[in-house]
Design a protein around this ligand. Structure first.
Ligand code: TRP
Length: 463
């Protein structure tokens, strides 16, 4: 497959030697095979547990409509410009995230320390990868649970037949108590992820996105339409779209900004890395708009998918991770063809999680490949092994190691175990700081050099 960045992206820029291929250390740098492959991969990176688990949970915990409206506002006003800035840095640099920022800074005669912004991002992506794969492991567990249930409960009846409400409620906490099982599932999810990352951009990462994202959309729409007929759809519409401005407190706004960054994969060098595989002929502004639109639509549709099922079963719409792993399985019990829907649902979540975990793993992998001049496959496997080790520690932090609070001396992270600390440190510190620095860097620091400019106010052309 001919990679775009290998073809177009490698044009020598003005003033550089003819043989000097931009960003190519060893002749051919891998890249997306087409613009649509990039769009699907970037949407795959953005659409994930953040849309399906975090968004409905945050909307539920933060008063519905007011949160949703402010969230959309954040996506348009903050998310979209930062997304564009990240892809722009990557596409210009055609290298790992840190090298791409270093280049842009050097060409703009800015301090080389700007590279640190991407360094923070690489570290954050690694930390998210570690706990993200633990959650991916939970999703695998539920896929297994519903496969078994299909044999047990049959196709037409509700899910988990013969189980009491208390029995269903106990599934998730019992899983969380089992560190060994969670570690095994985490390993499995990491192994699936690394399989694709090790095969490269056009030969692995892109394949996951191109096959799984359409399947994901089909499942999401199918389940949503099914739920709309059987469930409390009008109640859901009122809940998600009736805006009560008195609920728009500072805390709700902060939650919405954080969710916007997380959902669009911003502030952790993810989009810089994916942008570095994009060809020069792709219009980044338009493409970023498509990515943001798709991501936001999926979050809203996920709300329209999950809440009718939950509300129709008379269950509470609040409750964080429990909404997916506790409340929904319960709701599937009273739903016709509940086992099939339950299985389809968790397969869909698994697809979304995998396209994001692949994107997360690519960030430290591409960084390490460049830093240590190593080949892709062994580098990816090393990153995966480290992520699995940190993942195991975070899995055990939910049970045996729950008393260990790594950053407990900082009030913001008080009382949090490894799992929660990884989540909070990245969402509350790394992502906002990374995103703000990226915006400042692209908006003020990086300047038009007149020789292969990357952002030129004069001709307003994205290069
Ligand atoms: N956006 C992903 C989701 O919604 C999670 C995520 C956050 C991510 N930062 C990332 C994915 C960086 C890839 C790269 O689930």
């Amino acid at each position: 497959m001919v990679a775009m960045s290998g073809a177009d992206g490698a044009k020598p820029r003005d003033g550089q030697g003819d043989g000097q291929r931009d960003g190519q250390r060893d002749g051919q740098r891998d890249g997306w095979s087409s613009r649509s492959a990039f769009i699907l991969a970037a949407i795959g990176s953005a659409v994930g547990l953040g849309n399906l688990v975090r968004f409905p949970a945050e909307a539920g915990a933060n008063g519905g409509g007011a949160f949703v409206l402010f969230y959309i506002f954040c996506i348009l006003l903050i998310g979209l410009p930062v997304l564009l800035s990240e892809t722009l840095i990557g596409r210009h640099g055609q290298s790992s995230a840190t090298e791409s920022v270093r280049r842009m800074a050097a060409e703009s005669k800015a301090s080389k320390y700007w590279e640190g912004l991407a360094g923070l991002g690489v570290a954050a992506a690694f930390m998210i990868l570690a706990f993200y794969c633990v959650i991916g492991g939970w999703v695998l567990y539920y896929v297994g649970l519903f496969v078994g249930d299909l044999f047990n409960s049959g196709v037409t009846g509700g899910a988990l037949q013969g189980m009491t409400a208390d029995g269903i409620k106990a599934i998730f906490p019992v899983l969380l108590e089992n560190g060994l099982l969670m570690t095994g599932l985490d390993l499995l999810f990491v192994a699936i992820t690394v399989y694709f990352v090790a095969r490269g951009v056009s030969g692995g990462i892109e394949i996951v996105a191109v096959w799984l994202m359409p399947a994901f959309f089909a499942l999401l729409l199918g389940i949503t339409i099914y739920g709309a007929f059987g469930g409390a759809f009008t109640e859901t519409l009122t809940y998600l779209f009736t805006v009560d401005f008195s609920k728009l407190t500072g805390g709700v706004m902060l939650a919405a900004v954080g969710q916007a960054f997380f959902s669009l994969s911003l502030g952790v060098a993810g989009m810089i890395t994916y942008g570095s595989y994009v060809g020069r002929d792709v219009n980044l502004a338009g493409t970023s708009a498509i990515i943001a639109f798709a991501d936001t639509s999926v979050a809203l549709i996920a709300g329209l998918c999950i809440f009718p099922i939950v509300l129709a079963a008379g269950l509470s719409s609040e409750g964080g991770l429990g909404l997916m792993f506790d409340t929904l399985p319960h709701a599937f019990q009273s739903m016709p063809a509940g086992s099939v829907i339950g299985l389809a649902f968790f397969v869909m979540v698994g697809f979304a999680a995998l396209t994001s975990s692949v994107a997360l793993m690519e960030v430290p992998t591409s960084w390490a490949m460049e830093k240590f001049k190593t080949r892709r496959a062994p580098t990816a496997i090393a990153v995966a092994a480290l992520a699995a080790a940190l993942g195991a520690a975070s899995a055990y932090s939910l049970n045996t190691l729950s008393g260990f609070h790594p950053l407990g001396f900082i009030p913001l992270f008080e009382g949090q175990g490894i799992f929660d600390t990884l989540d909070a440190v990245t969402a509350k510190l790394f992502m906002p700081i990374g995103a703000i620095l990226t915006a400042v860097f692209v908006g003020w620091i990086a300047a038009c050099t007149n020789s292969g400019c990357f952002w030129c106010g004069g001709c307003a052309r994205w290069y």
